[in-house]
Design a protein around this ligand. Structure first.
Ligand code: PLP
Length: 358
């Protein structure tokens, strides 16, 4: 297997891929693949419901929340959130922490009034805004936060207390990588393709009382449609949901969210250590306290050397180490499924590259 450091779609656990392969053409002795089955039949429905229950159980089964499966990725959520939750005379509040927060607010601006409650744009998003200085607008419909900025490589370690203002969080690039208290949030959502499964489905975990009947919206853009029909109003991305259930089983086997957090800290710690002990050959892009355990961004002395790093890393079997095209540099994405051995191999490669090029 390649040393896969892709930012997304990203590595999936090998054990999950192998299990899926074993039952690929004949799921549970039905003589069919799960993806060939009716989504209205009991076999698929059991998987669908199990994935929802397992997800909530990993989060401590807090009451009042529902799991929805929605197509269109996290990007469609950028639009659905203001469409469903931003009422007349209200303002949608956003924490401007990076490129993805920027995309989220742009969609909200198409729908109604927005307000930047906190921002680190001045630092080109190389730090996180201090949420203690955050200023919510009057009549705030919600506060939207991006827990992990995939492109810049920053991650909030704590979440703000917003009182009666609903807190909505894009957790696309760090969901289920660490424990968190779902009760702090009115809604969290994530495109599946980093920590949850294959692309093609976004997972939305929402407090049921957030959802009101919004008949003015197109049917597929109303949360109410998914809630009322258990995300089976139309044909769901059934194979992706089956894969999510298998990934959730794998997380349980790894000791739940505490277990994967310990693994993730170890992997990220190893790579950040290599950066910090390279006598300045490698330079971390973001403030140390804002560093993400999922996306590790770093630079070399010049772009020429960075290109050489990417080239040599690819020759050595590494995938996905080029930084996002909008910011350049290098990025190692170490989501849940990236094995510790891949992080070790990367560190060895980095040390070798340094001694060859300094
Ligand atoms: N939000 C974050 C933090 C992301 O990293 C991404 C994708 O990389 C998205 C949103 C967009 O997700 P999707 O491609 O599922 O629309």
């Amino acid at each position: 297997r390649a040393y896969n450091f892709n930012a997304g779609p990203a590595a999936l656990p090998l054990e999950v891929l192998e299990r899926a392969q074993a039952e690929f053409v004949n799921y549970g002795n039905t003589g069919m693949s799960i993806m060939e089955m009716s989504h209205r039949g009991p076999v698929y429905e059991a998987v669908h419901n199990e994935a929802q229950e397992r997800l909530l159980s990993l989060l401590g089964s807090p009451s009042g929340y529902k799991v929805l499966f929605i197509q269109g990725g996290a990007s469609t959520q950028f639009a659905m959130i203001p469409m469903n939750f931003l009422g007349q005379g209200q303002t949608a509040n956003y924490v401007m922490s990076g490129s993805w927060a920027d995309k989220a607010i742009k969609e909200a601006k198409l729908i109604g009034e927005t307000h930047e409650a906190a921002s680190s744009k001045e630092s080109k998003y190389m730090s996180l805004p201090d949420l203690k200085d955050m200023k919510l607008s009057d009549h705030a419909a919600y506060l939207h936060l991006t827990s992990n900025e995939t492109i810049e490589g920053t991650q909030f370690k704590e979440f703000p207390d917003t009182g009666s203002v609903p807190l909505i969080c894009d957790m696309s690039s760090d969901i289920l990588s660490r424990p968190f208290d779902l009760n702090q949030f009115a809604m969290v959502y994530a495109g599946a393709q980093k920590n949850l499964g294959p692309s093609g489905v976004a997972v939305v975990i929402v407090r049921e009382d957030m959802i009101t009947d919004s008949k003015h919206l197109p049917t597929m853009l109303r949360y109410q449609t998914y809630l009322a029909n258990n995300s089976l109003y139309n044909t769901p991305p059934s194979f992706g949901i089956y894969m999510i259930n298998e990934v959730l089983k794998w997380i349980e086997e790894k000791g739940g969210l505490q277990g994967v957090q310990a693994m993730n800290r170890k992997k990220a710690g190893l790579i950040y250590d290599a950066i910090d002990h390279s006598d300045g050959f490698y330079r971390g892009c973001v403030n140390a306290e804002a560093r993400s355990d999922m996306n590790i961004t770093f630079r070399l002395a010049n772009e020429e050397l960075e290109k050489q790093f990417v080239k040599e890393s690819e020759q050595a079997g590494f995938v996905g180490l080029k930084g996002h095209r909008s910011v350049g540099g290098l990025r190692a994405s170490v989501y849940n499924a990236v094995p510790y051995e891949s992080a070790q191999a990367l560190v060895e490669f980095m040390q070798q590259f340094k001694s060859n090029h300094s």
